[in-house]
Design a protein around this ligand. Structure first.
Ligand code: NDP
Length: 285
């Protein structure tokens, strides 16, 4: 039997539509503002920044892109963040990663006020996430939870295996699955017998950055498979999951493209509107 597709594009469009309606009913003085800080010339970052601007325009929130050259110093960047922290026009601040090597990314992330942290990366917000407190959730994992919720499956008590332990995906999605009462195992490059571990998963999240790494043989029959990976192979996008073999084993699966990717930007918009105090941390509701 072939897996059902979790259509991230459609679900993200639904979130976008709801947020657009919400913003369109606001008086001019209450329209949320998002500042995107882009340092350097990384071409992929330039694409992401443009996508964020486009999404802001579509929803009707104010978007301010601050472009600094590759040669910008850490002090210059910290001064800009301080200005944005103090600006009444700005509800959310996002610093596009990666930053040039001369800049200490952790220091920059910690300089953003936690109550303006559109990415949910500030240590205070990360702490709240692990404590199970209401907070601004990192966009990609928040999108993954919305995709899982769209299946209607009760996650409580399920075995979840997350492959990848990055601060932007692996760790936060693990905290979020835990808060939904999954038993969570986090795997990484030193995990022994990975296929054995992944085959235990009722929910398998692959956030590795290696094309087609997770094959059908690593998946439990009827598992829900979330493929976070964005890899380029011969000019085409490929996920971390080998879709053809995995979709024969899974009950639900996200495609690449059209799965997790579109959700990330929709959730950034949701976070900005949440930081403006217009919604709670529910996923785009
Ligand atoms: P990182 O490179 O920060 O982390 C990758 C993780 O995978 C690490 O924890 C690493 O382990 C683990 N890993 C690497 N090789 C193996 C292996 N052979 N076996 C088991 N684990 C392994 O990546 P990110 O978390 O930032 O991103 C992961 C993927 O998701 C990328 O393809 C990225 O492009 C994509 N992505 C997609 C987004 C979207 O919007 N759809 C958003 C963010 C990321 P270790 O810690 O031991 O090194």
């Amino acid at each position: 039997m072939s897996a059902l597709i979790i259509d991230g594009k459609k679900i993200a469009a639904g979130v976008t539509e709801r947020l657009k309606n919400l913003v369109s009913n606001l008086p001019a003085g209450e329209i949320p503002g998002l500042a995107v800080v882009h340092v350097g010339d990384d071409p992929a970052s330039a694409v992401y920044v443009r996508q964020k601007e486009r999404a802001s325009r579509e929803i009707g929130i104010r978007s301010y892109v601050h472009k600094l050259p590759e040669s910008a110093t850490q002090d210059e960047l910290l001064r800009l963040i301080d200005k944005l922290n103090k600006s009444a026009e700005i509800d959310g601040i996002l610093v596009q990663l990666p930053l040039p090597g001369s800049i200490d990314a952790e220091k920059v992330i910690a300089a953003v006020l936690p109550e303006k942290d559109a990415d949910g990366f500030h240590p205070a917000n990360v702490g709240k996430l692990w404590m199970g407190d209401e907070t601004v959730e990192p966009c990609t994992p928040k999108g993954i939870m919305a995709l899982l919720d769209s299946t209607g499956v009760d996650m409580s008590g399920m075995e979840a295996v997350v492959i990848g332990r990055s601060n932007i995906v692996g760790k936060p999605i693990s905290a979020m699955l835990l808060s939904r009462h999954c038993s969570v195992t986090i795997c990484h490059s030193r995990t022994k017998n990975l296929p054995e571990v992944s085959r235990r998963a009722d929910i398998l999240v692959a956030a590795i950055g290696k094309p087609n790494f997770v094959t059908g043989g690593m998946i439990k029959s009827r598992a829900i498979v979330i493929d976070v990976g964005i890899n380029r192979v011969n000019g085409k996008l490929a996920g971390d999951v080998e879709f053809e073999t995995a979709s024969r084993k899974a009950s639900w699966i996200t495609p690449v493209p059209g799965g997790v990717g579109p959700m990330t930007i929709a959730m950034l918009m949701s976070n900005t509107i949440q930081l403006a105090g217009l919604i709670h941390s529910e996923r785009g509701e």
